[in-house]
Ligand binder design. Structure first.
Ligand code: SME
Length: 154
């Protein structure tokens, strides 16, 4: 998707979500709403969802898309890389990423954004896969980081 189109799309999604999330203070209701809106409004999103750390394990949480791995091997793959580095990781070609965990062979590029709790501690990640190569850029990183803050907005 072209940059200007992406910006416009994210801007409208953000406005829509700002209204939607306020209908509930429940963290999971908000996460589910965010994932559903992103997944269905962004046609290049092939898998969209959260992995949260549960008893030290990177465990799948709310998502949309094909069935995914429930637990990701520790310190392997893109989700663990973003979690350990405490920063967003954009991968243009997952087949070139050492240790990438392929839950679905149709994924070609990926973005993983750390997910923080209300106190600012990283408790998991938002992971988005695309079947297109190099689908994600700094624009996705910036907007997805902003969108995730809506889980905690009052
Ligand atoms: N590719 C991820 C695993 C999760 S799936 O993409 C849904 C990774 O390497 O961590």
């Amino acid at each position: 998707m072209e940059d200007h189109k992406k910006e416009g799309r994210y801007s409208r999604i953000y406005q829509q979500l700002e209204t939607l999330v306020r209908k509930s203070n429940n963290m999971q209701a908000r996460m589910a709403t965010i994932v559903a809106v992103l997944h269905h409004k962004m046609e290049y999103f092939f898998w969209t969802g959260f992995y949260l750390i549960d008893n030290g394990e990177m465990t799948v949480h709310i998502y949309q898309g094909p069935v995914a791995c429930q637990i990701l091997e520790k310190d392997k793959g893109v989700c663990w890389a973003a979690f350990n580095k405490k920063e967003t990781v954009v991968v243009e070609d997952v087949h070139q990423f050492p240790g990438h965990i392929a839950c679905d062979s149709r994924s070609n590029s990926e973005i993983v954004v750390p997910f923080k709790n209300r106190e600012g501690e990283i408790i998991g990640v938002l992971d988005v896969d695309s079947s297109e190569k190099a689908a994600f850029s700094e624009i996705d990183a910036r907007w997805l980081e902003k969108v995730m803050e809506l889980v905690w907005v009052s």
